[in-house]
Design a protein around this ligand. Structure first.
Ligand code: NAI
Length: 252
């Protein structure tokens, strides 16, 4: 059960097969929504959908690369064909890229991270906004990061993309809120997901902990709770905002 009621609503989450995206899918489903898991990882996405369906949730998997505009257009069309509407979209798919200082950054890696983490969010909103409008309104949440406000060495395309996602979010909020599409961003601190855990040595974990005044790293479910709040009726006057879910990281 969820504190939010998403009965008769349709929610789409990119990068929905793992980590934060998966937790968002589960949180929407707990509120009664029909859910669309969009991801590059077909095996993990199909497995999640099979598990949700076994629990009685109306769920669909769509294989999509958010960096390919044609995949994104097909993803939204497929959502409309399956469930007849789209109310909530979480543009969450993202990658970190190869760690290197700017002068050593491989151009292909720069373009890959920008294409997924920034262009992907733009492609998604470009297709989702008309679908949400034709469904009677709803909300979009874009996944930024603490790296949307501050920086750290070695991940320049990631930092640039996450800053830009906040700009895109504000622009979309100005353009579409009056028509019934609220657009917000969420900025997580270190969250224990495969993206982070695969790089995290014990030394890095200790350093990361010191940057989170709350004294622990975050859980995907804690980000999903904010995402579903932002999509809920309880957030009816919230648009164009960037919500930190970071255990106090940005206070340091
Ligand atoms: P994750 O690696 O657990 O999940 C990411 C999902 O996105 C995977 O299922 C992957 O297959 C999918 N994906 C990757 N590239 C894709 C593409 N081109 N098209 C479609 N799907 C694609 O990562 P996590 O941690 O759940 O991250 C989700 C989002 O949250 C990302 O945008 C990340 O930058 C952001 N974030 C994560 C933080 C963390 O500490 N885990 C902190 C701040 C932001």
């Amino acid at each position: 059960m969820s504190v939010f009621d998403f009965s008769d609503k349709v929610a789409l989450v990119t990068g929905g097969a793992s980590g934060i995206g998966r937790a968002c899918i589960e949180a929407f489903a707990a509120g009664g929504a029909k859910v669309v898991v969009a991801d590059l990882n077909e095996a993990q996405g199909e497995a999640l959908v099979a598990q949700l369906q076994a629990d009685g949730v109306q769920a669909k998997f769509v294989a999509a690369d958010v960096a390919a505009h044609e995949d994104v257009a097909a993803m939204v069309q497929s959502t409309l064909s399956q469930f007849g509407a789209l109310h909530f979209a979480v543009n969450n798919a993202g990658v970190e890229g190869v760690r290197s200082a700017i002068a050593e950054t491989d151009l292909d890696d720069w373009h890959r991270v920008i294409n997924i983490n920034l262009n992907g969010v733009f492609y998604c909103m470009r297709e989702e906004v008309p679908a949400i409008l034709q469904s009677g309104g709803g909300a979009i949440v874009n996944m930024s990061s603490i790296m949307g406000s501050v920086s750290t060495p070695g991940i320049s395309p990631y930092v640039a993309a996450k800053h830009a996602v906040l700009g895109l979010t504000k622009t979309a909020a100005q353009e579409y809120s009056a028509q019934g599409v609220r657009v917000n961003a969420v900025c997580p601190g270190f969250i224990e997901t495969p993206l982070v855990l695969k790089h995290l040595t014990e030394e890095m974990r200790a350093q990361a902990l010191a940057m989170h005044p709350i004294g622990h790293l975050g859980k995907a479910e804690e980000v999903a709770d904010t995402v579903t709040f932002l999509c809920s009726q309880q957030a009816s006057f919230v648009t164009g905002s960037a919500y930190s879910v970071d255990g106090g990281y940005l206070t340091i």
